[in-house]
Design a protein around this ligand. Structure first.
Ligand code: FMN
Length: 451
């Protein structure tokens, strides 16, 4: 049996809404997006499958990058059409699970550190140490317009603000010493004022006095997740993150990214194993390879090209509405997610896709390597893992909850048989299960300024 160190980690990619276009139209998909029981069911399924964590993506607007309109997002139930606030959703899942990590996406560009630090400290307490924060800097003008600005902040400034945001959040989590909450009724001493400190932060972006009104989170800091892809973003991720999300169209590009990020982390004084890199995989499992391919075709047929293209427009932050649908995606200047652009360029070239086909494919978001029988999917995943492409995966579902149920029932046992995935949770907290140390107070200094 391999040691936990040599086993992969699995995160589940979920949106608190209908998710992938086509997915909500797929037979067996359940339209339960507005009820807690729907998310609780997915959480229980993932916990049966020994997943490390369940991750909610988020955005602070209905995207309108395609032709300046929200029409195709709403009409086709695309990725950004309907999103509940993920943080209260996490709390509802915490109530019915014991081991599963619970991650929400929260932007550092539009919110303030105090309420964000407070809400993650809250989820970390409610879940006894299972909270994670996917730190995003946001990149849509449509989001800026919901916060009093016409344009989003330029990337360099976004990451400067994010740096200071995390510093303030960590100072707030540290503002209660670990043993500050005494609760001695006889003394009486509820919390020791000597061990709860103001932070008196005065910076370029934020001025925060503190202390936080929540005691230090069980994990010290919640697990920090990041998906920066630009040089600034990678640098930020290499310093701050415990987990990195990315998307790659091939094992080769995953390996290149993996090497590069781990080297960066080491340059910043961290150990390579302090960061877990989890690329996206969106498997489709069938009783035979052909049946899985057929399921993929049925699913892709249900995706309107404009549903995928409106999501691609928002991910790339490029209006694709004027481009001819029957020609390939031309070279474009991409202010948005570089990783997604690299991935679609690779896909377009390899498979000779027109923009229309790309729209359907992008909407369905399946990755060829992970379509097949459970054994084939597990083989591909094990190969990426053992050949230096990743520390595990961010598993997407083409329809929910069915695709997660299939994965847990069929693929997880195959991974376990190959010795590359746990059969039991290693510990109590998400940090334990990820094999990460609990940060001591003040640990943010090395993250921000290097060790
Ligand atoms: C798997 C994955 C999930 C992501 N989820 C979100 C999300 O939910 N919300 C968001 O605003 N950005 C999300 N992003 C985008 C990243 O946060 C980031 O903005 C992007 O990778 C661009 O990085 P850059 O700003 O360094 O160019 C995601 C990226 C990846 C690869």
């Amino acid at each position: 049996m391999s040691t936990p160190h040599h086993q992969m980690h699995l995160a589940a990619f979920v949106t608190a809404g209908p998710g992938r276009p086509g997915g909500w139209r797929y037979p067996g998909s359940e339209p339960g997006w507005l009820s807690a029981s729907y998310y609780q069911h997915i959480g229980r399924v993932l916990e049966q499958g020994k997943f490390d964590l369940m991750f909610f993506a988020d955005i602070l607007s209905v995207p309108d990058r395609l032709g300046g309109s929200v029409d195709s997002q709403l009409r086709y139930g695309a990725l950004g059409s309907l999103r509940l606030d993920p943080t209260p959703v996490l709390a509802s899942i915490a109530a019915v699970t014991d081991h599963l990590g619970l991650a929400a996406t929260v932007s550092t560009s539009y919110l303030e550190p105090f309420p964000v630090a407070r809400s993650f400290a809250t989820v970390d307490h409610l879940s006894h140490g299972r909270a994670a924060w996917n730190v995003v800097t946001s990149f849509q003008d449509s989001e800026a317009r919901n916060f009093g600005n016409d344009r989003h902040i330029a990337r360099d400034q976004r990451y400067e603000r994010a740096d200071e945001f995390l510093e303030v959040a960590c100072k707030l989590w540290d503002s209660w010493e670990d043993d500050a909450l005494v609760m001695d009724p006889a003394a009486p001493l509820f919390a020791d004022p000597e061990r709860v400190h103001r932070i008196d932060h005065e910076g370029q972006w934020f001025s925060v006095r503190g202390p936080l009104n929540v005691s230090r989170p069980p994990q010290g800091y919640p697990v920090i997740i990041q998906a920066g892809a630009s040089p600034k973003g990678r640098d930020f991720a290499a310093r701050w993150s415990d987990v990195i999300f990315c998307s790659h169209a091939s094992l080769e590009s995953a390996q290149e990214f993996y090497r590069e990020i781990k080297e960066r982390a080491v340059r910043h004084g961290r150990r390579a194993e302090d960061i877990k890199i989890l690329p996206m995989a969106t498997p489709i499992v069938g009783p035979t390879t052909e049946a899985a391919r057929e399921a993929e075709r049925r699913l892709t047929d249900l995706v309107e090209p404009l549903a995928g293209l409106s999501t691609l427009s928002y991910h790339l932050d490029v209006d694709l509405s004027g481009l001819p649908l029957d020609e390939p995606l031309p070279d474009v200047d991409v202010p948005g997610v570089q990783g997604h652009y690299k991935e679609v360029v690779e896909m377009t070239r390899r498979d000779g896709l027109t923009l229309r086909e790309l729209g359907k494919r992008y909407g369905g978001r399946t990755e060829g390597e992970f379509i097949g029988t459970a054994a084939e999917v597990a083989d591909s995943m094990a190969r990426w893992f053992t050949e230096g492409g990743c520390d595990g995966f961010t598993v997407g579902a083409v329809h929910t909850p069915g695709a997660f149920e299939d994965f847990v029932r069929q693929v997880v046992p195959e991974l376990q048989r190959r010795g590359v995935f746990r059969t039991e949770y290693a510990g109590k907290s998400l940090r334990d299960n990820l094999g990460l140390d609990r940060p001591r107070a003040g640990a943010w200094r090395e993250r921000r300024y290097g060790g």
